[in-house]
Design a protein. Structure first.
Ligand SMILES: [Fe+2]
Length: 189
């Protein structure tokens, strides 16, 4: 498998679907890819670095984004949403996802945490808010798929200490991520 094959599988799956069902088509491709995690990892090996930033994106369109995301040991995100549905297929390592509900006024309520290992798929609807963190010494590396241009769409992030909601601004995101990573655990858990 190469990155063109991988991208084409998602584009083909999503192109044939009504927008309402695109997430189901994408998740079913992710479930098929569980059988070839090494193939997916090999296709994305050329994407170096960490984070889920523009350098780790390999496809971005108004209706679909494909990113390799790498969280090294000790890395935790601030609470954030995606402005669209999101799905994660873990390729290697393990990560913990803490899921929250956003109240009408922007306040967060903790819902539950899920531990993902290689081959796990997690789907999050458009209203989901989460914190992702690496578990263990090995980096958590995943294929992340989103139903919009995830690096351009309007999104929110929450201060990991005050839990105040603010627009997701990439120039401020890293500072929040560093404070989130320095904490003992995800907020409200
Ligand atoms: Fe996320």
């Amino acid at each position: 498998m190469n990155v063109a094959d991988l991208t084409a599988r998602f584009l083909t799956a999503v192109a044939g679907e009504d927008e309402k069902y695109a997430h189901k088509a994408a998740v079913s491709v992710m479930n098929e890819l569980k059988d070839d995690l090494d193939g997916v990892a090999g296709a994305l090996d050329y994407l170096t670095g960490s984070g889920g930033n523009a350098l780790q994106a390999f496809y971005r369109a108004p209706n679909l984004s494909l990113l390799k995301v790498r969280f090294p040991d000790g890395r935790r995100t601030p609470p954030h949403n995606h402005g669209t549905w999101a799905a994660i297929l873990v390729l290697s390592g393990a990560e913990k996802n803490s899921l929250y509900t956003r109240g009408e006024d922007g306040t967060l309520s903790y819902e539950r945490s899920i531990e993902l290992t290689a081959g796990s798929v997690l789907f999050m609807p458009a209203d989901a808010v989460h914190v992702a963190e690496c578990l263990g010494d090995e980096p958590a590396i995943g294929l992340h798929v989103y139903g919009a241009n995830v690096l351009g769409v309007e999104r929110a992030m929450w201060d990991p200490d005050s839990l105040a909601e603010q627009p997701l601004d990439w120039s401020q995101y890293e500072g929040l991520a560093q404070r989130a990573s320095a904490a003992d655990k995800a907020p409200l858990t």
